[in-house]
Design a protein around this ligand. Sequence first.
Ligand SMILES: [Zn+2]
Length: 131
Amino acid sequence: MLNCEASFLEKRKMEEKYICPECGAEMKETYNKPSLLLDCPKCGCKIATTKWDPIDLDQTIYELFVEKIESPTLDNLRFISSMTGDNYIKTKQDLIEGNISFKYCAVDMKEKMKEFDNNNIKYHIAPEFHY
Ligand SMILES: [Zn+2]
């Protein structure tokens, strides 16, 4: 499930400095996510590569803790149980006790936060999530 590490080293290599391999001049960047086009103003050399934001390089595993819900609605149960795979009875119990958390890497966390927000589920995240 957690694929954060997969291409980390590969990404890291490309993180900074765009120097023309032909003449050593600094290349001009045109960033059109996720593609980065490099143009050498001196010799006209062109390179297409890929650039990543800090969040893409963040390998931290974050944990999202669902806040207690005293009276979970059917929508709450449906949403949470679709994520845990547990039945509604267990999900309801866990929600009442505040026993539910999920682990994601940064990129996935940002996506999941939208889902939780859309479902009006309150949560907090540890460690602190900056994105
Ligand atoms: Zn050049």
